[in-house]
Design a protein around this ligand. Structure first.
Ligand code: MN
Length: 460
């Protein structure tokens, strides 16, 4: 049976227009005034007054990940259930083999974690935390398996690589048409500052965390990786970019003719570092993530860069821990597991803080949450578009149904949201995954039938 979503406004990366959407099975068949073409038994769904977005893509999640002697609160079951409730119909999670392990092992492990457990579609990036001729040869297997994007770290001893490896990996990826995201922070400066802060007696203060990881330590690593990419003649993705100094480095590289893609996250757009100074330790610890949340001026710079197309995507870096897990860092701020839940709330946060606050257009939101990640990560136009032939992944957004975010009501096992009490403009009314109703007024009504997506090459 076909479905006709009738009376809504279809949002694309270019416009927002009144159109009905005819869905046949898993695909979009037609848009426009298509009532006359619909067979008699078509299910008519009234979506008048609502915006229809292509299903959101979250290209930065960490589900079922072992870090800091613990495991993230959300696995692929609860994580993708949270995702679909928030209008995210595709996640791209970071497969992460340990140093000394093969990429093939990492991919098998992530399939074991995810297959059969997902409420939305999913793909994997591959973390490169080791570099040698065997790993280089494995890149071909990864691309053949639909893993076309990678990630490297400039900090964290368990994962960081020296400059020569960064250069050689970038050359190897450029030759194969793969792209790479980078976690940019200067490891040495951070280690030194941690030692200083502890010596000054600030071990039990959460605000020592942002003091240890200043914006310039991020910008330095951004600048360095961009110079290495210049030498390798390769594109770069800057993941979870937080601040004005880092954006300046990206702009400078673009002026040199380099290709730079920039991702940011809702916490960097909508919060500021005052969260770390809460008198209640547990409250402040909820916001510990790396890089840390910055100043209001940095958030303003990120919004401006989004409007100019200098930031292309908004993902979440969902890496959830319960308040009890965060408690491991009482007395030593470096032991607080770093990461925030976010996969469930991104759509409503960006609609509210972006579109309704007139910082961003509906088309701009569509580009940042759907179209650009689909193009960047080789999923377009199957995903990221409401066009004939695209997957019928549809978010029905009701701009009038305001509500208040409450961590206890969310599907994430984190048990809290960094946006507790946030008053939204509108809300997600329903979500379709490949033509099937998956979420209806906050209730998950779909099934765990998310599919693995073998992705193609970057086309942004
Ligand atoms: Mn991350």
């Amino acid at each position: 049976m076909k479905k006709l979503l009738r009376g809504g406004f279809v949002v694309t990366g270019q416009s927002c227009r009144r159109a009905d959407v005819l869905v046949d099975g898993e695909k979009i068949e037609k848009l426009g005034h298509v009532m006359a073409d619909a067979p008699w038994d078509t299910e008519i769904v009234d979506v008048s007054g609502c915006y229809l977005f292509p299903g959101f893509i979250d290209a930065h999640t960490h589900f079922d990940l072992d870090v800091c002697d613990t495991t993230t609160a959300d696995d692929f079951d609860s994580g993708t259930r949270a995702a679909i409730r928030g209008g995210t119909t595709t996640v791209v999670d970071f497969a992460c083999p340990n140093k000394g392990e093969t990429l093939a092992h990492g991919l098998v492990l992530w399939h074991e974690k995810a297959d059969g457990k997902c409420w939305c579609d999913y793909g994997f990036h591959m973390t490169i935390d080791d570099w040698n001729p065997d790993i280089e040869r494995e890149l071909d297997d990864m691309l053949a398996a639909g893993v076309t994007s990678f990630k490297m770290y400039l900090t964290y001893p368990a994962m960081m690589l020296p400059d020569r490896a960064l250069y050689e990996a970038l050359v190897a990826l450029r030759r194969r048409g793969g792209v790479c995201g980078f976690h940019c922070e200067n490891a040495g400066v951070i280690d030194a500052r941690i030692a200083e802060l502890k010596a000054a007696g600030l071990s039990d203060k959460v605000f020592a965390h942002p003091l240890a990881r200043p914006d310039y330590a991020e910008a330095e690593a951004v600048g360095r990786v961009l110079r290495i990419a210049q030498a390798a003649d390769a594109p770069v993705i800057l993941v979870h970019t937080t601040n004005r100094e880092a954006l300046g480095e990206a702009a400078a590289a673009r002026r040199r003719g380099q290709t730079v893609y920039v991702e940011t996250c809702p916490q960097y757009l909508l919060l500021d570092d005052s969260v770390y100074y809460d008198a209640d330790w547990a409250e402040a610890a909820k916001y510990v993530c790396a890089p840390p949340i910055r100043k209001k001026a940095d958030a303003d710079a990120l919004w401006k860069a989004l409007r100019r197309g200098e930031v292309q995507t908004i993902s979440t870096d969902h890496c959830s821990f319960t308040p009890a897990q965060k408690d491991a860092g009482r007395g030593d701020f470096t032991k607080i597991p770093g990461g925030l839940p976010g996969v469930e709330t991104r759509g409503e946060l960006i609609y509210t803080g972006g579109v309704a606050a007139r910082r961003m257009s509906l088309a701009g939101m569509c580009r940042a949450l759907s179209e650009n990640p689909a193009k960047l990560y080789g999923l377009y136009p199957r995903k990221g578009a409401l066009e004939p032939g695209s997957d019928a992944d549809i978010v029905v957004y009701d701009p009038k149904a305001d509500h208040v975010l409450c961590g206890a009501e969310l599907a994430s096992r984190a048990g809290y949201t960094p946006f507790e009490g946030f008053a939204t403009s509108g809300s997600i009314r329903s979500v379709y995954l490949r033509g099937a109703l998956a979420v209806d007024r906050g209730r998950v009504v779909g099934a765990r039938n998310g599919q693995y997506l073998a992705r193609g090459r970057c086309a942004l």
